[in-house]
Design a protein around this ligand. Structure first.
Ligand code: PRP
Ligand code: URA
Length: 213
């Protein structure tokens, strides 16, 4: 584990490792990439929501009275366009009541700085658990900007969920938003000169939507 990285949770599980390997493999075509990303996001949802607030409730089985639980915390999923869209399906499968906001950002190819182009959020940002979804945490610029925007709109309880993170991205996000928990399935080695994660999985948006060639 790299030093000085905080609030980082690397989800380790054989099923996660298998899915991640398939995503990394350059031979995996878009239709499979999408299905695997969705599946992997679902596996992550299990871990990311492990401490959701619940309340005890009375119920009756067909035989007698007993008790159960209901989730009392509202969850808002916020995919960062485009690639974050590929993770929404996996999360809503486990959180069917979750509402979904969208943030449109792309990285300028020269400066690597995020450029925003779309925002649309449900109400109640302030009192909900916000899960920001983006497969790639590279320089950390997009994640930091998205979270700053959400905080500006009143969000207080935010987690960031990525598939692959770089040490640089985690450091940048730690510095900008030290309280935000970062989930990922792999902390990769570094970034190349174009800001791509190494070994990474390539351009996530292009691989999901087949726009790479
Ligand atoms: C990718 C990725 C992140 C961002 C990460 O999006 O999905 O949003 O880059 O890089 P950063 O940590 O250095 O900011 P991209 O800008 O390629 O846009 P796209 O999803 O529309 O292709
Ligand atoms: N965005 C991607 O899609 N992949 C990377 O490796 C870095 C940024």
């Amino acid at each position: 584990m790299q030093k000085n990285l905080k609030n980082l949770i690397i989800i380790e599980h054989p099923l996660v490792k298998r899915d991640l390997t398939l995503l990394r493999d350059r031979r995996t075509p878009s239709f499979q990439f999408r299905a695997i990303l969705r599946h992997l996001a679902g596996l992550m949802a299990y871990e990311v929501t492990k401490d959701l607030k619940i309340e005890k409730i009375d119920i009756h089985t067909p035989l007698e009275k007993t008790f159960g639980y209901k989730i009392i915390e509202e969850v808002i999923l916020v995919p960062i366009l485009r690639a974050g869209l590929g993770m929404v399906g996996g999360f809503v499968e486990y959180l069917p009541d979750a509402r979904v906001g969208h943030i449109g950002l792309y990285r300028d190819e020269e400066t690597l700085k995020p450029v925003d182009y779309y925002f649309k959020f449900p109400k109640k940002l302030k009192d909900s658990l916000i899960l920001v979804l983006d497969p790639m945490l590279a320089t950390g610029g997009s994640a930091s900007a998205a979270i700053a925007f959400l905080k500006n709109k009143g969000a207080r309880n935010i987690r960031f969920v990525s598939i692959v993170a770089s040490p640089q991205g985690v450091r940048t996000l730690n510095k900008a938003h030290p309280e935000v928990r970062i989930y990922t399935t792999a902390l990769d080695r570094t970034l190349n000169s174009k800001g791509y994660i190494l070994p990474g999985l390539g351009d996530a948006g292009d691989r999901i939507f087949g726009t790479g060639d």
